[in-house]
Design a protein. Structure first.
Length: 118
């Protein structure tokens, strides 16, 4: 789970998959309301980030994973999947990250309360 950096009381959680649906090295594309998200399993740990590069709003989720970084397939911007921080230009703004937890074998992703439109 990657919930340490989040105040979980401020999030609503949505079930997105069963725990056995995403294995190490795999990714799953999800939309929760108007949030395009990519769920990544890196070495057995789950991370959820926005599937939109902050450089040009292009898709990010198909990018190469390099350690804890995801590389935008369009222009090479790099982001830390744990924090959303920019690691390389041309992006200058971080990508959104979302808390992930596993409850009763189901993977859940949290969205800040008030930020989900269905």
């Amino acid at each position: 789970m990657n919930t340490a950096q989040f105040d979980l009381d401020q999030y609503s959680f949505y079930q997105v998959a069963s725990e056995n649906e995403i294995h190490p090295g795999e990714r799953l594309f999800i939309e929760i309301g108007d949030h395009p998200i990519v769920l990544l399993n890196i070495d057995g740990k789950l991370y959820a980030i926005g599937d939109v590069c902050t450089h040009d709003d292009g898709p990010l989720g198909d990018g190469e994973i390099d350690g804890w970084a995801i590389v935008c397939p369009r222009h090479g911007a790099r982001f830390d999947v744990r924090t959303g921080a920019v690691l390389a230009f041309p992006a200058v703004r971080p990508v959104p990250v979302y808390p992930v937890r596993v409850m009763d074998g189901r993977i859940e992703i949290g969205i800040l309360n008030g930020q989900t439109r269905q």
